[in-house]
Ligand binder design. Sequence first.
Ligand SMILES: O=C(O)c1ccccc1NCC(=O)[C@H](O)[C@H](O)COP(=O)(O)O
Length: 267
Amino acid sequence: MKNILSEIVETKKVEVAERKKLRSIEDLNRSPLYRCNPFSLREFLRMPDRTGIIAEFKRKSPSKGIINDRYSVKDITCAYSRYGASGLSVLTDGPYFGGSVEDLKEARAINRIPILRKDFVIDEYQIAEAKAIGADVILLIAECLTKDEVAHLSKYAEDLGLEVLLEVNSLPQLEKVAPSVHLVGVNNRDLTTFTVDINRSFELAEQIPSDKYKVAESGINDVASIVSLKKAGFDGFLIGEHFMKQENPPASFETFANYLKEQLKSI
Ligand SMILES: O=C(O)c1ccccc1NCC(=O)[C@H](O)[C@H](O)COP(=O)(O)O
């Protein structure tokens, strides 16, 4: 692991240690949202009136810098929900993505579709925190966890009623898929060079265990790609930058989603 990911993980270790000092797991367990029944991303991905898009609220990124710092969580996520996103992805990492747990709490308060806590999960604490702030799904990144860690953290999340999306970007990483992983995401972005190649999804599609939902992640920017990915067996499409970088992300998402729904009717 010699890339931006290793730097992010080192920063994350410090951050998690600090957060643990501020609020104990026992206190997180007492949060009102902790007792709510999570929405199932798997169910929403297969709803015929939705698009399969997991639409991401992404202010900035290591590869692009500032993408959009003009729009509020509310304006963007409400439009994503209203026009047919199957789920929302909200970045809660501050230093590298400009997100926060407050962003996710704000999205939770006003949306009734599944929300993925998009962060770099390395510790049970972050999973308890995800539940306490109203997330329904957590992300585990195969590149920064061992097989045993994936098995342990995914089981911990499943026991809390959360779904688990495991992100891979190569064939060997698929060996880390555990029973408590519900969805497998293929990241099309190479985190060393930041180049994006959607073919990575097509190459790995067939190798993903058939009982897991398949999600294509990163670099998706047109309806034709989604139709092709759907035909290749993908259920979900994680899209951040394409909508966030537009002058008017809500309007851009509405147009894109309406056209996609038309195209999906003929598959
Ligand atoms: O986006 C980055 O630059 C990045 C850098 C380092 C680690 C992760 C990174 N992205 C996280 C993601 O997985 C994407 O935000 C997500 O797949 C959406 O991708 P996109 O549609 O290309 O914004």
